[in-house]
Design a protein around this ligand. Structure first.
Ligand code: 15L
Length: 269
């Protein structure tokens, strides 16, 4: 479904073996001569036009080498749900630093950073928020993503590396519950968003929400327009089935009160 004419010489996709990495791998391959894919997990066979590089994000030398000869990075890698701080610090804190250091040393000009709605998970579902409101992380995972956004700002201000930090909502084949009626991001819209973020002429450091054109929303995504992202999907066609399946929910429960849903009480602590 990609229609962009712009082709990159070499893109790097981190976290390529993860849920969204597997979705984006073939779609990004279509817009570049070479797609370098990386993950700590097995990446399978190297397809034509791919370079497969297994690496741990906490391994600085390995990550710096990943950035060699790369035009732009789609950084999805790292721990993607709530874990102990000790489990998160290596991949998400040190790892994201290594990606930016690699970009700086090897001249990569732009990063699309997979941030998360859990940066602002402690805003209530009754609020509409904008990306410039203060972070209210709902756990160590959300905190690590807030750190990544700050890192992106720093590397833009100090080194001119541009980033679109995408606070991804819930990107799955379909919205699975009532919360995801607001947070859902279809895979096709994910692709549209990442391509827009890679190809917009100027982005500085922009923070946007990764959401489809959902009728119910807690996020003012005006900032996404200047990146050129126009979502085309919506959670609305799934509403009736979700409401029948899930029934009524108790609005006093934290998972129903806060935007981060069940994440606000998750964790090994
Ligand atoms: C995330 O950041 C997670 O990576 C994903 O697994 C989902 O749980 C999503 O947030 C969500 O909030 O639904």
């Amino acid at each position: 479904m990609n229609t962009t004419a712009i082709r990159f010489k070499r893109l790097l996709l981190t976290g390529a073996a993860g849920g969204l990495g597997r979705v984006l791998r073939p779609r990004l391959k279509a817009v570049c001569d070479t797609l370098r894919v990386s993950d700590i997990a097995d990446l399978g066979a190297e397809a034509a036009g791919e370079e497969v590089r297994q690496a741990a994000l906490q391994d600085k030398a390995a990550v710096l080498a990943l950035l060699e000869g790369v035009d732009a990075v789609v950084h999805l890698g790292g721990v993607s749900t709530e874990h102990s701080f000790e489990d998160i610090i290596g991949p998400n804190i040190a790892g994201t630093f290594h990606v930016y250091e690699g970009a700086r040393l090897h001249g990569a000009k732009r990063v699309v950073f997979a941030s998360s709605n859990h940066v602002t998970g402690f805003y209530t579902q009754g609020q509409t928020i904008t990306p410039d409101m203060p972070p209210r992380p709902d756990g160590y995972y959300g905190l690590s993503k807030a750190f990544g956004e700050n890192l992106a700002q720093f590397y833009f201000d100090r080194h001119g590396i541009e980033t679109v930090s995408v606070r991804i909502g819930s990107s799955f084949p379909e919205p699975a519950d009532r919360r995801m009626l607001a947070t859902w991001l279809s895979y096709d819209d994910l692709e549209r968003l990442v391509l827009a973020a890679l190809t917009a002429p100027v982005v500085d450091h922009t923070v946007i929400f990764g959401m489809s054109d959902n009728r119910l929303t807690w996020w003012d995504n005006t900032a996404a327009r200047h990146v050129g992202y126009r979502p085309q999907d919506s959670s609305e066609p799934f509403r009736a089935a979700i409401e029948t399946r899930q029934g009524a929910i108790d609005p006093t429960q934290p998972a129903a009160r806060f935007q981060g849903g069940a994440f606000v009480t998750k964790g090994p602590y």
